[in-house]
Write a protein that binds this ligand. Structure first.
Ligand code: BYC
Length: 310
């Protein structure tokens, strides 16, 4: 925490800048806690993009047509690019790429809970595009307004690409929902498995979110976890219903007075198990990431050798 008395005016000026809607840039004075919170959040976000390549990457060789294969290759490549922007944004705060990478590979760093679930068939690829990328867009549109310049600018570009990701997923699911009984069943089964994990992506309820208070105060989170989850729900529920899919929540209902869709209770005990490393695919994801890192050693060696040539 910032305690020295001579720092108080700096803190006041920092908060005034945030109040005026100015962006904080890498060389600017910032409280230690602001720096630490941003490193935590941006590095977790970067890891999510990189680990998030795995569930879809597994399906590149199994795409049902050349068009779908080209689209999926482009999407997975985009996610790798998002990881790069975000690692760079975190580096501006004084952490090295190597430190972040080692924390991920050692299983010490967090990444989004959503990537610890299996992809069982091609309909999952559509559902990830529509719902997972759709949820990410809602969260990242909020972060595009955040107070830290490099994070905010990375979000603008990432959201533009995520919009394409979401549309290709929605296109696939709409086709399946209008297809043969088997295809409709695949879309429904994928929705049944992804629905609750997607709602968990937005993080715990506001009352159980320890980081929110300081993040809201310093303009990093411009909307709360529950507000962003609600925006997502209000958008996707009518769309999923319109194509005849059943949302697997018996308590889901429309609150006519407040004009919002309301979901039933989320299984937070399950969520925390996944976050702590005990989800269905945590160990496989970490092993695959470590294997990819080891397999890439020769590329890093070659680049280093080239860079240090006489
Ligand atoms: N998963 O105080 P809270 C993509 C942790 S990738 C795991 O509310 P905060 C894509 C949280 O870290 C886009 N952990 O936290 C890529 C904290 O623990 P620590 C992914 C979670 O930070 C490839 C604790 O719970 N998007 O779209 O204020 C293919 C308490 O929570 C989760 C991002 O990464 C979770 N879901 O708010 C396809 C968004 N939720 O760190 C698609 C960036 C919470 O104190 N991140 N935790 O030990 C954020 O916006 C915020 O970090 C969150 C959580 C809203 C997620």
């Amino acid at each position: 925490m910032t305690q020295a008395t001579d720092i108080t005016p700096k803190l006041a000026e920092f908060e005034a800048r945030i109040g005026r809607g100015e962006k904080i840039e890498p060389g600017d004075w910032m409280p230690d806690d602001y720096r630490k919170q941003l490193i935590r959040m941006i590095s977790q976000h970067a890891h999510s993009e990189i680990v998030g390549m795995l569930p879809e990457g597994n399906y590149i060789t199994r795409a049902p047509s050349l068009r779908r294969k080209m689209v999926l290759i482009a999407k997975v490549q985009d996610e790798g690019g998002h990881g790069q922007y975000l690692y760079h944004a975190a580096e501006t705060l004084g952490i090295s790429r190597d430190e972040m990478e080692q924390a991920l590979l050692a299983g010490k760093a967090k990444y989004s809970s959503i990537f610890n679930y299996p992809t069982l068939n091609w309909a999952d690829i559509g559902m990830i595009g529509w719902l997972v990328d759709g949820a990410a867009i809602k969260n990242q549109t909020m972060l595009a307004h955040c107070s830290y310049g490099p994070y905010s600018r990375a979000m603008v570009r990432i959201c533009a690409e995520e919009t394409f990701h979401q549309r290709q997923g929605k296109e696939m699911i709409v086709k399946y929902a209008q297809g043969t009984p088997n295809q409709r069943q695949m879309a429904q089964d994928a929705l049944n498995r992804w629905w609750w994990p997607v709602l968990m992506m937005f993080g715990p309820h506001d009352s159980d979110s320890p980081n929110s208070e300081v993040l809201r105060r310093w303009g990093v989170k411009t909307q709360s976890n529950d507000t962003v989850r609600q925006l997502f729900l209000d958008e996707v529920v009518p769309e999923l219903m319109a194509i005849g899919l059943q949302i697997p929540d018996p308590q889901l209902h429309f609150d006519a007075e407040n004009k919002h869709w309301k979901h039933g209770p989320i299984d937070w005990a399950h969520f925390w198990q996944v976050v702590k490393g005990n989800g269905p695919m945590n160990k496989e994801r970490l092993a695959a990431r470590n294997q990819a890192h080891d397999n890439g050693a020769w590329v890093r060696d070659a680049v280093t050798a080239y860079a240090s040539r006489k």
